[in-house]
Structure formats: structure tokens, C-alpha cells
Ligand binder design. Structure first.
Ligand code: XIL
Length: 453
């Protein structure tokens, strides 16, 4: 019996939204320019992508939604969002059976208020998974997985265009094997199929994606995913899309067969989506890589959209690699222009990145070593703009143990230690410095430091 009860209808956010819109008459759509006759080149990522029948999204963090520059850029440029962390298992169901949707709802509400669509990320993943899940025996784990999928998808029924049902289930390297995880280890290979079948039953209208990284070109890992998708299609296991995370840097560059790889998956009868795009670098080189990726998506009919994994560089999970389209002052980088031109079908070379103005901080370290102990002094220097807070990350040699520190708070005693400013020394004027220190046992010389502000 599948007729929903009144309670389940009103438990879904979509139903509440329909009622709310009917009551106010408010329908908002941004990021999409209505065109008649010959299409003029659109001037934002979302509008340009929409002209090509695609979405252009960004990963969004709920805790930045109060910042006007962040929100303005989001609202102006993007027409899809992915919650960066707020829909992960640890965020939604930290304790078994107790769901907290508040932060994820904030993002979904924001998106819907601006006419943006939402990607759901992610239902079943071995990371950001609360400890209790790994502690369950197989039968209980199966129930918990299916309950998580069902409860979350029902809550967002009608709100999410595509869900990453399973994330990163395959190993890196040449084995093509599954990755060890509580799901894999206790439920076996069938867990992915079970997750997708449960997801289809929970929300028959959401597109169901498998999402992974290092699958962007043809290799053992992407071949294994390809074989799984092919098998699912042959056996009627519900799957609609494959997400390619596309986190690129010099060690993991855009593969030369990126487009061909997207195409071979599309040829299996699934949509493909670029789900977490970021490319470390700057200037023309970075811009050219972004252009290559954008053009690849445009060349594959079933590539339905691109999501970049953050908005300004300094909020990226890989901030030091400046991998995004906007700099820390929300200035458009060359990479932005390359993407926009590609979406608009143009060939124009992008201008170079804007000159850095608020380029954070730099740090240097000096160590005074004696037999069995040391004192480290770290100088944090602001760039060409004032900073209001800083984090200096010190990597200590093995065997060094910090026993005390001053003018800072520290995250650990050994290994990689993050020092953040004390209340009195977070603010540093442009070009000026402040210092903090730590004392330890063992050998502290050889420590290295990086700075972020
Ligand atoms: C990252 C987030 O960006 C970080 O804020 C978080 O600390 C760790 O996770 N693959 C994924 C994403 O599927 O969920 C990850 O996001 C990046 C790698």
C-alpha cells in the first residue's frame, strides 16, 4: 500500500513549500535569463549554463549564509547548490534514530527562495559517519542504512533534483576493488544495490547517482564503476546518474580522456554530472583547465550540470591550492571568465587573475634547541590587507611534544598542530606581524609552518 498518509505528506518539506507558495503567491526565479529570438550571451554562470540546458552549482556551507559577499555571489552566479557537509550522515543522524535537519534545511530554504535547485550529498559514505554505525552487526546495519536513506529522502522529497546515494565505494589504484567500509565489510557487495533500491522506493522522482573521485578518466577505478553501472542497467537496478567529483591538482590533473570518459558512462544510459569541481592553481593555466572541463560537459549531451566545490578560494577544503573561481575578495578569477566564455560558446582568452589584495598571511618559524627540549617562535605576518584572525599550522618532527604555548591556542601536542590566535592578537594590520611561541620536549628544530587568515 503506497498511498501516503496525511502525516507523511506534511512531514515532507515539499508539501509545506507548496502550501507556503500558494499562500503568498511568491514564486522567485533567478539565475535564468528569459530570452527570445537570438540568445544574447548571458553574464552569470547559472544563466549561461541554463541557456545550454544545464545547471551551474556550488557547494554551500550553512555557516556562511550570514555573510553578504558570500550570499551575493551565490545568488548572482549559481542556480544549483550542494550542501558541503550538512547532509552527511554525521550531520543528520549523529545519534541513531535522532535526525537533525536544521542546517541542511537552511541551505534548502535559501536555495528554494532564490529558485535554485539542490543536489543531495550524500546518503551512504564511509566518511563523516558516526561511530555507532560502524559498531552495528550486519542485520542492524542494514536496517540503519535503509532507515537513514528513507528518512532523509522523505524529508526532502520534491526538494532534491539528484541524490548521491552512495559515495566513494571503490578503492584507488589498480585493483578495481571495493573499498573497506562498515557497509562493504558487513553487508558485502550488495550494499550499493540495496541502497539504490531503497532510495528509489523512498523518493521515486529524485535522480539517483553514484559519486566518486579518481574516476574522471579511464582507469581501473572508473572501469570498476563502469562495470557496476552497466550491470545495474542490465538488471534493472535503479540508477540515473554518475557523479564525477573532479578534484584536480598537479598530482591529479584533468585527464586527457575526460570527455571520452564522461561519454562512455552517458552511453550506458545514465546522466553524468560534474559534482565537486575544483582545480588547484591560478591564472591562465588554471583557467585553461576549467575551460577544458566545462567544454567536456557541454560536449556530452547527458552531462546535465557542473558543481564547483565552494565559492571563494579561502573557503575551499583545499584553500591553499586556490582551486575555485572567485578569490578571497570575491573577485572573478581568470578561471571564472574561462568557464563563462566556454558556457557562452566563446573562444575569448580570459584576462589574468585580479591582483591579490587581501592575500592572507605568511608565517616563519625559528627554533631554539637545547639538549632534550626546545622553544619555537612563530611570526605571523599579514599580507597586503589587514587580517582579523589567523591559524598557523606547525608540522613538528616526530618525537617532539609540546608542553606549553603562549599568545595562541593549540589543537594538539605533537605531529601537525594548529595554533589559532588568542583574543588579543588576532587582528594584524597590513604588512605587520605578531608572534607566538611554544615549548616542548624532544627535538623541535626542522618544524615547518603554514599560515591561513
Ligand atoms: C569535504 C568538505 O569540503 C570538507 O569541508 C569536509 O571537511 C570534508 O569533506 N569528497 C566528497 C566531499 O564527496 O563530501 C568532500 O567534502 C570532499 C571529497
Amino acid at each position: 500500500m503506497s498511498t501516503p498518509t496525511l502525516r507523511t505528506i506534511f512531514a515532507s518539506r515539499a508539501a509545506r513549500k507548496v502550501l507556503a507558495l500558494a499562500a503568498t503567491g511568491a514564486v522567485v526565479a533567478t539565475g535564468v535569463v528569459a530570452l527570445s529570438g537570438t540568445a544574447a550571451a548571458a553574464t552569470t554562470l547559472g544563466a549561461s549554463a541554463a541557456e545550454r540546458g544545464r545547471y551551474f552549482g556550488a557547494a554551500v556551507a550553512a555557516n556562511h549564509l550570514g555573510e553578504s559577499a558570500y550570499v551575493n555571489t551565490l545568488n548572482t552566479e549559481f542556480n544549483s547548490v550542494t550542501p558541503e557537509n550538512e547532509m552527511k550522515w554525521d550531520a543528520l543522524e549523529w545519534s541513531q534514530g535522532s535526525f537533525n535537519f536544521a542546517n541542511a534545511d537552511r541551505i534548502v530554504n535559501h536555495a528554494q527562495g532564490r529558485g535554485m535547485s539542490v543536489r543531495g550529498h550524500t546518503l551512504v559514505w564511509h566518511q563523516q559517519l558516526p561511530g555507532w554505525v560502524g559498531g552495528l552487526a550486519a542485520a542492524q546495519l542494514r536496517t540503519a542504512m535503509n532507515n537513514h536513506i528513507t528518512t532523509v529522502m522523505r524529508h526532502y522529497q520534491g526538494d532534491i533534483h539528484s541524490w548521491d546515494v552512495v559515495n566513494e565505494a571503490f578503492q584507488d589504484g589498480n585493483s578495481g576493488a571495493r573499498r573497506s567500509s562498515p557497509f562493504q565489510d558487513k553487508l558485502g557487495n550488495g550494499f550499493i544495490e540495496e541502497a539504490f533500491r531503497t532510495a528509489r522506493a523512498a523518493d521515486p522522482n529524485a535522480k539517483l547517482c553514484y559519486n566518486d573521485y579518481n574516476t574522471d578518466g579511464q582507469n581501473a577505478k572508473s572501469n570498476a564503476v563502469y562495470a557496476m553501472v552497466s550491470d545495474f542497467k542490465a538488471r534493472g537496478v535503479p540508477i540515473d546518474c554518475v557523479g564525477f567529483q573532479s578534484h584536480f591538482n598537479p598530482q591529479s590533473p584533468v585527464p586527457s580522456d575526460y570527455r571520452a570518459n564522461l561519454q562512455r558512462f552517458a552511453n550506458l544510459g545514465v546522466d553524468v554530472q560534474i559534482t565537486e569541481l575544483d582545480i588547484e592553481g591560478s591564472g591562465t593555466a588554471q583557467a585553461n583547465n576549467y575551460r577544458t572541463v566545462t567544454e567536456a560537459c557541454l560536449a556530452v549531451t547527458r552531462c546535465t550540470g557542473i558543481t564547483v566545490w565552494g565559492i571563494p578560494d579561502h573557503y575551499s577544503w583545499r584553500a591553499s591550492g586556490t582551486p575555485l573561481l572567485f578569490d578571497r575578495n570575491y573577485q572573478k578569477k581568470a578561471a571564472y571568465t574561462a568557464v563563462l566564455n566556454a558556457l557562452n560558446g566563446g573562444q575569448t582568452d580570459p584576462p589574468d587573475d585580479p591582483p591579490p589584495t587581501g592575500d592572507g598571511c605568511t608565517a616563519t618559524i625559528s627554533t631554539n634547541q637545547w639538549q632534550g627540549g626546545f622553544v619555537g617562535t612563530v611570526r605571523v605576518t599579514a599580507g597586503s590587507a589587514a587580517i582579523t584572525s589567523w591559524t598557523a599550522t606547525v608540522t613538528l618532527p616526530s618525537g617532539a611534544t609540546i608542553v606549553g604555548n603562549w599568545n595562541s591556542t593549540r589543537s594538539a601536542n605533537s605531529g601537525t598542530v594548529r595554533f589559532t590566535n588568542a583574543t588579543h592578537n588576532g587582528a594584524v594590520a597590513a604588512g605587520q606581524f605578531t608572534e607566538f611561541g611554544y615549548q616542548g620536549t624532544g627535538t623541535g628544530s626542522g618544524a615547518t609552518v603554514t599560515c591561513a587568515a
